[in-house]
Design a protein around this ligand. Structure first.
Ligand SMILES: Cc1ncc(COP(=O)(O)O)c(C=O)c1O
Length: 398
């Protein structure tokens, strides 16, 4: 067999691929799996968005043609209007906005567009795996920035060695953060990051996929609200979580015009962008009243509050995050010393509950598991009963 490239060989195993195997084994054993592993929203896309798609596909055959790689003007304008309304950020829709086939695609292609072999990218640890894997696939060299509790899960820029700063081309930041659920409380860190990026000639890629999934009055900022941000970076965003459109594959990049132009150029060689009818449906999403998003958030919160309370009653203490639909949970006693992958395996085998091992997000994720609130409310009661049995050591929890 012909061997795949070193880049492919250097990739860590795809996290959700490994979890899929565990789930498939559990299904084979006829376990009733409660799937809290992947951040794959279970709520349906709003019917008005679905209607817009159907109407467009049916009645506007021009939308069946190739789209523009950077997105159609109508989509970019709707996005710019949304940024103005939501964040007070002014964008030139012609030069400072692009459609992506999901933010995952944009991050990966941006790395391809900017990295030569050995270029350094500053990546948080733990991180959404795509932040690391995109760098490896582009032949770049990741430098991992630890996110630890003592520093509020925010990278300490002063700890990055001088030679790394000089070689770094991109810094990836992600708040509200996957997997920890941590948010930016004030803009000081982002202001420092902008200064740092300016000084060392680094592009900041700010992943704001969870900006609308927030609780208890927290309102997430846009990176582009920070003074000077437009000069050094871009923000990527997603329809997947805010509008329950994960399968539609649409997101965006906004910000520095040079970076947007380079990314769009790269994309025009590789893909044709997002189908026009999906872009038009996404325009409908951007026009939805904020109440629709609040309903989605309220449902995640209802599940989360219930689960946290129930797990507390059996001694598994989990902090409620200010954002995301994830619980970032320390592995409970008596398993606290067990590697998270082993714990996740034991959990699914013993209880049918699928969670994501923290180590899959990076070495600093060890000791934790991530649980996504993406299944029906009632299932959290089932999950609690199984965990109660499991943690008390009385039987296998099923
Ligand atoms: C931090 C973060 N960024 C991006 C994405 C991917 O979003 P999209 O569906 O827009 O590609 C995810 C998905 O889980 C995520 O957690």
């Amino acid at each position: 067999m012909i061997s795949p490239s070193e880049k492919i060989k250097n990739l860590p195993p795809y996290l959700f691929g490994a979890i899929d195997i565990l789930k498939a084994n559990a299904f084979r054993k006829k376990l009733d799996v409660i799937d809290l592993a992947m951040g794959n929203p279970d709520l349906p896309t709003d019917p008005s968005i679905v209607e817009r798609l159907i109407d467009t596909v049916k009645n506007h055959p021009r939308t069946h043609r190739y789209p523009q790689a950077k997105g159609m003007p109508k989509f970019r304008l709707a996005l710019a209007n949304w940024y103005k309304r939501r964040f007070g950020v002014n964008l030139n829709p012609e030069t400072e906005a692009a459609a992506l086939i999901g933010s995952k695609e944009g991050i990966a292609h941006l790395c391809q567009a900017y990295l030569d072999s050995g270029d350094v990218v500053l990546v948080p640890n733990p991180c959404y795996p795509v932040h690391l894997n995109s760098v490896i696939l582009a032949g770049g060299e990741p430098y991992m920035m630890p996110l630890v509790k003592e520093n509020g899960y925010i990278p300490v820029l002063s700890e990055i060695p001088e030679n790394i700063r000089r070689r770094a081309k991109i810094m990836i930041l992600n708040y509200p953060n996957n997997p920890t659920g941590v948010v930016i409380e004030d803009l000081k860190f982002l202001e420092d990051a902008v200064e740092f990026a300016k000084k060392y000639g680094i592009i900041i890629v700010y992943d704001n996929a969870y900006c609308e999934i927030t609780y208890d009055g927290y309102v997430a900022p846009s990176f582009l609200q920070v003074k000077g941000a437009m000069g050094v970076g871009i923000e990527v965003g997603s329809f997947s979580k805010t509008y329950n459109m994960a399968g539609w594959r649409i997101g965006w990049a906004v910000g520095n015009s040079e970076v947007i132009s380079t990314l769009s150029k790269y994309k025009s060689y590789i893909d044709y962008g997002v189908s026009t009818f999906i872009q038009l449906a996404a325009v409908k999403a951007l026009e939805l009243p904020a109440e629709k998003i609040r309903q989605t958030v309220a449902e995640y919160e209802r599940r989360m509050d219930f689960f946290i309370k129930k797990l507390k009653s059996i001694g598994w203490i989990i902090e409620k995050p200010k954002a995301t639909m994830y619980l970032w949970a320390k592995i409970p006693p008596p398993y606290a010393a067990m590697p998270s992958l082993e714990f996740a395996e034991l959990l699914i085998e013993s209880t049918g509950i699928a969670v994501t091992p923290g180590s899959g997000f990076g070495t600093y994720g060890e000791g934790f598991v991530r649980m996504a609130m993406v299944t029906h409310y009632r299932r959290f009661h089932d999950a609690y009963l199984r965990l109660k049995k499991f943690l008390s050591g009385k039987g296998r929890g099923r």
